[in-house]
Design a protein around this ligand. Sequence first.
Ligand code: ZN
Length: 60
Amino acid sequence: MMQEISQDSLAAEGRTGRTRISCPGCGRNDYVAWPAAQPAYHWKCFNCRKEFDLHRGAGH
Ligand SMILES: [Zn+2]
């Protein structure tokens, strides 16, 4: 039997995994639900309120 999960956000996080990102603007770390199939993630920093397109494989 499948159990219903009342909180959709928890289910989504379970499917995609949580990716740790750091804000290019202020360096703040956060965890986002970044789908594995998605090469870039558009993110708005809750701290400095800037928006960024983050890319996987940071370091190059
Ligand atoms: Zn920031």
